[in-house]
Design a protein. Structure first.
Length: 148
C-alpha cells in the first residue's frame, strides 16, 4: 500500500511542477522556468534547434523565443497523464496558450508534449522535454488544431 501512496504523492508533485512551470511561462519568468530543469536536460522542440542539450542552452532558446509570445496569456492543459516509478516520472499532455489576443499566431496551436522527470536531491527536475505538432500526410503541413 505504501507504494501506491508514494506513486500518488509523486504524481501530485509532478502535476504541481507542470503547473508551476506554466505559471512561470505565462509570466515570462525565465529564471523560474529554468528552476524546473536538470542541468543536463535534453529538449526536443518544434523549431530549430530540434535538440538542445543542457539547461543553459535551453535558457537561451527561451530568451530568444519569449519576445514572440503574446503579451498576456495563460496555458490550458488537456488530457494530462502522469506515470511514476521510484525516482523517475513522465507526463504527456496537450497544451495551448489562451488569452485575449485570439489572432496571435501562438494562440492557434495545440502542442503535444512528453516531459520526463527525475527526482534529484528531493526535487522533481525535467530531464527531457519533447514538444511536437502533428502533420497532415495529404499536404505535409503542420496541424495546429484538435479538429482535423
Amino acid at each position: 500500500m505504501s507504494g501506491e501512496k508514494n506513486d500518488t504523492t509523486n504524481k501530485e508533485a509532478i502535476k504541481i511542477k507542470i503547473d508551476s512551470f506554466f505559471t512561470a511561462l505565462s509570466a515570462k519568468d525565465i529564471k523560474q522556468m529554468m528552476l524546473h530543469y536538470a542541468d543536463d536536460a535534453v529538449v526536443f522542440d518544434v523549431k530549430p534547434p530540434f535538440q538542445t542539450k543542457g539547461a543553459m542552452a535551453w535558457k537561451h532558446v527561451w530568451e530568444a523565443s519569449l519576445p514572440f509570445f503574446p503579451e498576456n496569456f495563460t496555458v490550458e492543459i488537456k488530457d494530462l497523464v502522469i506515470h511514476t516509478d521510484g525516482n523517475i516520472g513522465f507526463a504527456f499532455y496537450l497544451f495551448k496558450l489562451i488569452g485575449s489576443e485570439n489572432d496571435h499566431p501562438a494562440m492557434q496551436t495545440w502542442m503535444r508534449t512528453t516531459t520526463g522527470f527525475k527526482l534529484q536531491n528531493g526535487k522533481w527536475k525535467i530531464v527531457h522535454d519533447h514538444a511536437s505538432l502533428p502533420f497532415s500526410p495529404q499536404n505535409n503541413q503542420a496541424v495546429f488544431s484538435l479538429e482535423a
